[in-house]
Design a protein around this ligand. Structure first.
Ligand SMILES: Cc1ncc(COP(=O)(O)O)c(C=O)c1O
Length: 340
């Protein structure tokens, strides 16, 4: 069956033009710094973020973990949002890789209250771990693609600076926030010591993420990337996909947001579905269902729509370049047919 795949935005396949760019990429051995396409990508990302330097890495998880490793020492504590990717889906890596403890703070739709952060920064006492890093996620995945307001990021930044604490922005989907708000990548980046983003989500590239920061930090991250076995040889092949994505696929993220809203509005009219439309800010739709979600998922799959459920009454649909507006309307019609 030709499924309408709404499970996540990582399911996209590289377009013909992207594949061509990848096939003819100029490559070298990137472990020796010889790959011109990787170097070009890193320079481009440093320029786009206004940071001194950038490092191409295999995944968003590795980018986050390298940032944590670079900004902390073992036995430190880091503040992250309760429902963030670092907290929920990175296998306790901060403990495993960096030997740090997490202080998770519950945000409002992923956005932490700066006073709450302040209250959880540890006083300098030998009984306590040192708070050395605050991580923010924008857009916030589990909150449903919520945009972290720039003013809130700026407040966190001011607080962190005043306490000599580093900041990292997990910007796996930062361009979704950029196109929707008009806030530039530079404006977001200048609030934080490091920022990472993914090419393999809405931007449609097959592999790769980038970590940007100052020169010393990225040199250290380069060393740790090697420790984690993340050095890749002729990585220019995949870096070319990332460059193509940056050049061609940023503005089109708006289309994904449009489709998400069409879908959310369409299903919100149904009796057994509840969607808070104010949460549909980018490409993710989280909705409640009075019908058993795992069961509904199976029925939808039989009709050709695949998405994910969370527990018994919550579902998630993610919009991306490989689902068209027509398929979006089809998905709404399938919901209608099942739930009418
Ligand atoms: C907010 C966020 N950060 C990081 C990641 C990790 O990216 P990767 O799957 O490339 O490791 C994801 C993946 O979905 C994510 O949503």
């Amino acid at each position: 069956m030709n499924y309408i795949d709404l499970r996540r935005d990582t399911v996209t396949k590289p377009s013909k033009a992207m594949r061509e760019a990848m096939a003819y990429a100029d490559v070298g051995d990137d472990v020796f710094g010889d790959d011109p396409t990787v170097n070009k990508l890193q320079e481009k990302c440093a320029e786009l973020t206004g940071k001194q330097s950038a490092l191409f890495v295999p995944s968003g998880c590795m980018a986050n973990q390298l940032a944590i490793k670079c900004h902390t020492n073992p036995s430190d504590e880091i503040i992250v949002e309760w429902d963030s990717h670092i907290m929920k889906y990175e296998n306790s890596s901060p403990a495993f890789i960096s030997g740090v403890q997490i202080m998770p703070l519950k945000g409002n739709r992923g956005v932490m209250d700066v006073e709450d952060i302040k209250a959880h920064i540890r006083p300098d006492w030998y009984h306590f771990p040192k708070t050395t890093l605050i991580c923010i996620e924008n857009t916030h995945n589990r909150a449903g693609g919520i945009i972290y307001p720039l003013e809130d990021i700026q407040s966190v930044s001011r607080l962190a600076k005043s306490q000599n604490i580093k900041t990292h922005l997990d910007g796996a989907r930062i361009f979704n926030a950029v196109v929707e708000t008009g806030v530039s990548l530079k404006e977001y980046s200048e609030c934080v010591d490091s920022i990472s983003f993914c090419f393999s989500k809405g931007l449609g590239a097959p592999v790769g993420s980038i970590l940007c920061g100052d020169k010393d930090m990225i040199e250290l991250a380069h060393r740790y990337r090697k420790v984690l076995g993340g050095g890749m040889r002729q990585a220019g092949i995949i870096a070319a996909g990332a460059i193509y994505a940056l050049d061609n696929n940023i503005e089109r993220l708006r289309d994904d947001h449009k489709k998400a809203l069409i879908f959310a509005k369409g299903i919100s009219k149904l009796d057994f579905i509840e969607v808070d439309l104010t949460t549909v800010q980018t490409n993710i739709v989280i909705f409640k269902t009075e019908i058993d979600a795992p069961h509904l998922k199976i029925v939808l799959e039989e009709k050709g729509v695949i998405l994910t459920n969370e527990g018994r009454n919550k579902m998630r649909a993610v919009f991306h370049m490989d689902v068209s507006e027509e398929q979006t309307n089809d998905a709404v019609n399938i919901f209608n047919t099942i739930l009418k």
